[in-house]
Design a protein around this ligand. Structure first.
Ligand code: P6P
Length: 339
C-alpha cells in the first residue's frame, strides 16, 4: 500500500498559511524561523556530552573561549533568529528579566507579533542525558505597529495566543505546534536537517493511565492533590495508574499527549503558586492540550482564561487527558469544600 508522500514542515507551513485570517505570510515566516533555530539548538544539545570529553571543561573551551551554558546559548540562538526575520516586535524569555524590544530598523517596526519562549526547559537534565525542550507562545501585539512594544503586549490571556508549540530534543527531535486548527508533530531527519510530518492531527486520548507528578513533594501538596494521588494508586477498575515523571515538562507532556495521561505541578506549602511559568510554559502547553482535545487548568480554573499580571508569574498546572484533569479538579474542589 503506497504510503502518503512525506510532507516537510516547510511545505506544511505554506499549505496551512491560508488558515490564518488576513495571512500576510508573516506568521509563516515566524514559524520557519523557529524551525531553523530549533535545528541549531538541536546540534548544540546533541554535542553537549561530547564537548566535555574533548576538553571543553569548566567555563573555557580549548580555544580559551568562554563556554556558555546551553540554556543561555539556546536563548541567544532563538533571539538572534527571531530578531533577524523582522516579523517580531518583541520577545520575552525565561532567561531574561524583562522583555526585549526588537529594534525598529527595516520593517520590524511594522511587525505584529510578540513571542514568549522558554528556550531550553529542563536544561539541568542535559548533564544526565535526559531529553529537554523549547516552549514557545505567539501573540499578535495589541499596541499599534510602529509604536514601542509594551508589557501589555505580553500580558495577554492564553486564549489570545495565535500559535503555540514545543520542540522536544529527545531520542529524536520533534516540533509539535498549533495555530488554532489542531496539533501536528514533525520529526527531524538529522542527516538532512529536514522536519517531516510524523504525527498528523494529534488527539490526546480522552482518558489515560499515566499520572506525572513529583511525589517527593507529597508532604507539601494540597489535600486535593494528595487525595487524587491516592485515587490513582487504588485497585479499582482500570486503576492503579502508572506513575511516570521525567522531570522535563516537555517530555512528560509529550508522552501524555500521545499515550494519554495527566501532568501535575501543583502549588505546595513551599511554592504557593507552583513552579511553572504561566506565559511561556503553561499557556502554550494549555493551548496544545485543548487543541488536541485535552484540558489544562490550575486545579480550578482554565489556564487560558487566567489574566496575567507579571511576565514570570507562576501558576499551578494540571494538563492532559480531559477526563483525568476533570477528576483531579473534583478532588481539588472536594478538599476545599471540606475546609
Ligand atoms: P521538580 C524543569 O526545571 C521544570 O521546569 C520542568 O521542565 C519540570 O517538569 C519541572 O521543572 C521539574 O521540577 O521540582 O519536579 O524537579
Amino acid at each position: 500500500m503506497s504510503k502518503e508522500p512525506l510532507q516537510t514542515l516547510g511545505e506544511f507551513i505554506i499549505e496551512k498559511q491560508d488558515d490564518f485570517r488576513y495571512s500576510s505570510g508573516e506568521l509563516s515566516r515566524l514559524l520557519s524561523c523557529i524551525r531553523m533555530a530549533s535545528k541549531l539548538v538541536n546540534r548544540e544539545v546533541n554535542k553537549a556530552g561530547i564537548a566535555d570529553i574533548i576538553g571543553i571543561a569548566g567555563n573555557e573551551n580549548i580555544q580559551g573561549e568562554q563556554q556558555q551554558k546551553l540554556d543561555v546559548l539556546a536563548n541567544e540562538i532563538f533571539i538572534t533568529a527571531l530578531s533577524q526575520r523582522e516579523v517580531v516586535c518583541g520577545i520575552a524569555s525565561e532567561e531574561n528579566d524583562d522583555f526585549i524590544e526588537i529594534s525598529c530598523k527595516g520593517n520590524a517596526h511594522l511587525s505584529k507579533y510578540v513571542v514568549l519562549i522558554d528556550p531550553l526547559d529542563g536544561s539541568s537534565n542535559i548533564d544526565v542525558n535526559v531529553s529537554v525542550g523549547t516552549i514557545f507562545s505567539i501573540y499578535r501585539r495589541i499596541t499599534n505597529p510602529g509604536d514601542p512594544v509594551e508589557l501589555k503586549d505580553f500580558l495577554q490571556k492564553g486564549s489570545k495566543q495565535v500559535a503555540a508549540g514545543y520542540v522536544v530534543y529527545g531520542s529524536s527531535t520533534m516540533i509539535v505546534y498549533t495555530t488554532g486548527n489542531g496539533v501536528n508533530g514533525f520529526t527531524l531527519d538529522p542527516a538532512i536537517g529536514t522536519y517531516y510530518l510524523s504525527h498528523k492531527d494529534v488527539k490526546i486520548p480522552t482518558s489515560g493511565k499515566i499520572y506525572s507528578i513529583n511525589e517527593g513533594n507529597y508532604a507539601k501538596f494540597p489535600q486535593g492533590v494528595k487525595d487524587y494521588i491516592k485515587y490513582c494508586q487504588e485497585e479499582d477498575g482500570d486503576r492503579p495508574y502508572t506513575s511516570r515523571y521525567i522531570g522535563s515538562l516537555v517530555s512528560d507532556f509529550h508522552r501524555n499527549m500521545l499515550k494519554g495521561g495527566i501532568y501535575i505541578y501543583p502549588s505546595t506549602s513551599q511554592s504557593p503558586k507552583g513552579k511553572l511559568r504561566l506565559l511561556y510554559e503553561c499557556n502554550p502547553m494549555a493551548m496544545l492540550a485543548e487543541q488536541a482535545g485535552g484540558k489544562a487548568s490550575d486545579g480550578f480554573k482554565r489556564i487560558l482564561d487566567i489574566e496575567p499580571t507579571e511576565l514570570h508569574q507562576r501558576v499551578p498546572f494540571f494538563a492532559g487527558s480531559a477526563a483525568m484533569v476533570t477528576k483531579a479538579e473534583e478532588f481539588m474542589s472536594k478538599a476545599v469544600d471540606k475546609h
